[in-house]
Design a protein around this ligand. Sequence first.
Ligand code: NAP
Length: 296
Amino acid sequence: MSERHKIALLGPGAIGTTIAAALHEVNRTPLLCGRTAHAQLILRHDEGEVTVPGPVLNQPADVTQPVDLLFVAVKTTQVEECAPWLASLCDERTVVCALQNGVEQQTQLAPYVQGATVLPSVVWFPAQREADASVWLRAQPRLTLPDVLQAQPIVAALSGTRCAVDLAADFLSVAWRKLLQNAAAGLMVLANRRAGMFRRDDIAGLTLALLHECLAVARAEGAVLEDGVPEEILAGFRRAPEDLGTSILADRQANRPLEWDIRNGVIQRYGQLHGIATPVSDVIVPLLAAGSTGPG
Ligand SMILES: NC(=O)c1ccc[n+]([C@@H]2O[C@H](COP(=O)([O-])OP(=O)(O)OC[C@H]3O[C@@H](n4cnc5c(N)ncnc54)[C@H](OP(=O)(O)O)[C@@H]3O)[C@@H](O)[C@H]2O)c1
């Protein structure tokens, strides 16, 4: 019987490659599982690059044992098709760390993970896949996790790596704050422009209107967020490099399905639940949904 592998990574894309490289640099190289077979992964960062030796397995049947810790970095639109991977990689002793946007990772992953513990995270760093299959890390990697005992295996795995980990007692509020940022970034898809577009005054006004309705929904869900959060998020976009994109824009430009539902649809859905009007989301959500899957 083969030995139980300690750490695996499912989805070696922009975020997954960053975490795999951080682990590899401290000799905790994870088992790499993905859709496309690669001999190795390459992460480029400000000081150089890291090569993570592969191979990237692309057949769930090649996994012989569940793992202790699984990082999931597939898009939320790809979870369902990853069911065979999750069945092979997880059992009730596995801790699954969702490296995904949104506030619904636990609900989304739970049906597939064979009783494993799912912990959400907030991924704070931008990374992008490049044409040569490498990943360009565009900021210091940092995650926030809920401050619970079950987070300890994740903290231990990432200790001493280039990826910082914060623990948040009020994780819900942190996750909703990030969601507000993601919801506003959806506007980049509709303009087909990167962060520079937020320097326009008309876009700034639209962004604030969207962020104020998101804030009302977040608060109704229990998030504790200051009145100034929409202005802070807008200021962050206006300070960002003009060419800084977002993963949903990269997906649109590559004509891939969009994570519109967990980033923008969620505002409309929870708004309806709480009786909160979401007029900006009511316009942009159908446009994002149609941009994702058409028809047309
Ligand atoms: N990128 C960012 O800057 C950023 C920042 C914060 C949060 N996030 C969030 O992080 C999550 C991951 O985003 P990302 O940008 O890293 O995505 P990504 O670059 O598209 O990576 C997704 C990875 O999953 C693989 N995959 C897709 N379907 C699969 C399947 N059926 N089985 C196995 N592997 C599969 C993809 O393989 P292929 O190579 O075959 O496509 C790719 O390696 C998303 O929820 C995103 O919103 C991203």
